[in-house]
Write a protein that binds this ligand. Sequence first.
Ligand SMILES: [Zn+2]
Length: 59
Amino acid sequence: MLKAMKCPNCGREQVVIEMNVRGERLVLHSCSPCDLRWWEGHDGVVPLAGVLDLATAGR
Ligand SMILES: [Zn+2]
């Protein structure tokens, strides 16, 4: 699922991708002009390492 959102840094439209990672809904924000990328979950911004933990847990 794709949505358009404004980047808080540069104000341009960024790519937003919603994903389900082990039952948790996470949103990936990506802004190519800023070269910024971050995840957001229920509790706010999720560190990238935390997302990788979720994605690889239980394998
Ligand atoms: Zn930006």
